[in-house]
Ligand binder design. Structure first.
Ligand SMILES: Cc1cc2nc3c(=O)[nH]c(=O)nc-3n(C[C@H](O)[C@H](O)[C@H](O)COP(=O)(O)O)c2cc1C
Length: 195
């Protein structure tokens, strides 16, 4: 069984069920000292074997990834009662792909990317919220939304999966199903685990 097909099917079902997690995932990172951090991200696309995320290069998570942090992506669809933990290798997306996709971002997110570029890196400290509000107002005066393009710091990655662990709580017999899928020699192999 291809676990990515399963995730795609679950995601489609989750969308139909208005699952608030249908379009998101959670990226956990561990720095070289073992300090963990986790954040919600929009799961932009699921390919044959990969998961696409958009991140800003000014952010702490990007710096952590550049520094070789450990990572795992978690997907949890409450409406389907299924959790997936994904590991693999990260590949940076070509800027042409990022730039085209960026144009479809909501207005607020576009201005925030300009904030990171022109005012301060993502996640940096501000004296107060008013500073941010004024900067967004200034940017709105300077840049018309239809003429904006992705700043150079906008980045994207695809996580090419080689290990996916599924936990399925949605079983008729009420006994959870946990399976580890590993990709080798062009195919997925499944191993049942104690849930
Ligand atoms: C529903 C939701 C979706 C989000 N999507 C993204 C996203 O696609 N990319 C992103 O960089 N941050 C996204 N965020 C914000 C991140 O969770 C995080 O707060 C931010 O990226 C800063 O992370 P960092 O300080 O660890 O780098 C999202 C947050 C929520 C609640």
């Amino acid at each position: 069984m291809d676990p990515i097909d399963k995730i795609k099917t679950d995601r489609a079902e989750a969308r139909k069920l208005s699952d608030p997690n249908a379009d998101t995932c959670f990226l956990a990172l561990a720095d070289k000292n073992g300090q963990a951090s986790v954040r919600t991200l929009v799961l932009r696309e699921i390919g044959d074997r990969h998961f696409v995320l958009f991140l800003n290069r000014t952010s702490p998570k990007w710096k952590l990834l550049e520094a070789g942090a450990g990572y795992e992506l978690l997907i949890w669809y409450p409406s389907r009662q299924r959790q997936y933990r994904v590991q693999g290798s990260l590949v940076e997306l070509d800027s042409s792909i990022v730039n085209v996709n960026w144009l479809r971002r909501p207005q607020g997110s576009k201005y925030l990317d300009y904030v990171y570029q022109e005012m301060a890196p993502q996640s940096s400290k501000l004296n107060n919220r008013q500073q941010l509000v004024e900067e967004v107002q200034r940017l709105k005066q300077v840049y018309k939304i239809d003429e904006m393009h992705a700043p150079t710091a906008v980045g994207g990655v695809q996580l090419v999966a080689s290990r996916i662990e599924m936990l399925d709580l949605n079983r008729d017999d009420r006994i959870h199903d946990r399976q580890l899928f590993t990709f080798a020699d062009g195919q997925w192999a499944a191993q049942v685990l104690v849930p």
